[in-house]
Design a binder for this molecule. Structure first.
Ligand code: ADE
Length: 232
């Protein structure tokens, strides 16, 4: 047992899917896994291990934001030996060509978080995806004929910004969308020499102000999960 996870050593698979929402983790396990066992209920941050097409895989919520994500991923890597961490989340589009329901692979994550500025004495660090997982995700999507976009995403520390147009300074530099966890996840994976990839579904747009319905969210989410599970 670690501080925030009540699993025993060996209860968690080497590959784990990480949605922000713990109820989404439960839904993924109940919808896609066979032989599922719940390994965590501390703080209702549900975690399950099961099999998908015969391969052992886990899923667990991270909560919202880089600090919460870093706590759970630190314990998953250092206490439970997790090697492949795949975030499956939602994001807000920063670009006209990045439409609602699109699936985006985060190649890298810019951020407003101060964590890496402190860690690297004010210098920039570029948190990046695992090339291996990234390549496998692209191949899987191609085989399934699921269209993908890929590029730089923005990991924000704020959901409700003071200035709603501030996204434009990032969109001008090609950043595709905003979420709140990936820079923390990629940095921690690099620190511990393990693999991480973020797959996102666009749920809203800062450009057009549209947002997805909950029914649509489920359908699109399924395609993203199917790509993620093939990486196990
Ligand atoms: N996740 C989904 N939409 C988001 C947004 N607009 N800002 C931050 N995180 C998000």
């Amino acid at each position: 047992m670690s501080l925030h996870i009540e699993a025993k050593k060996g209860d968690i698979a080497e590959t784990i899917l990480l949605p922000g929402d713990p109820l989404r983790a439960k839904w993924i396990a109940e919808t896609f896994f066979e032989n599922l066992v719940c390994f965590n209920k501390i703080r209702n941050m549900y975690g399950y291990t099961g099999t998908y097409k015969g391969k052992r895989v886990s899923v667990m919520g991270t909560g919202m934001g880089a600090p919460s994500t870093i706590i759970y991923t630190h314990e998953l890597i250092t206490e439970y030996g997790v090697k492949n961490l795949i975030r499956v989340g939602s994001a807000g589009s920063y670009q006209e060509h990045v439409k609602i329901r699109d699936i985006v692979l985060a190649m890298a994550a810019s951020s407003s978080s101060g964590i890496n500025k402190l860690r690297f004495g004010g210098a920039d660090y570029a948190p990046t995806a695992s090339f291996d997982l990234f390549q496998k995700a692209v191949e899987t999507a191609r085989k399934k004929s699921i269209p993908l976009k890929a590029g730089n995403v923005f990991t924000s520390d704020e959901f409700y910004e003071d200035d709603f147009d501030s996204y434009k300074k990032w969109s001008k530099f090609g950043v595709l969308c905003v979420e709140m966890e990936t820079a923390g996840l990629y940095t921690l994976a690099a620190k511990h020499h393990v693999n991480a990839l973020t797959i996102l579904t666009i749920s809203d747009s800062l450009v057009t102000k549209e947002s997805i319905t909950s029914k649509e969210r489920e359908t699109t989410f399924k395609e993203m999960i199917e790509i993620a599970l093939e990486l196990a």
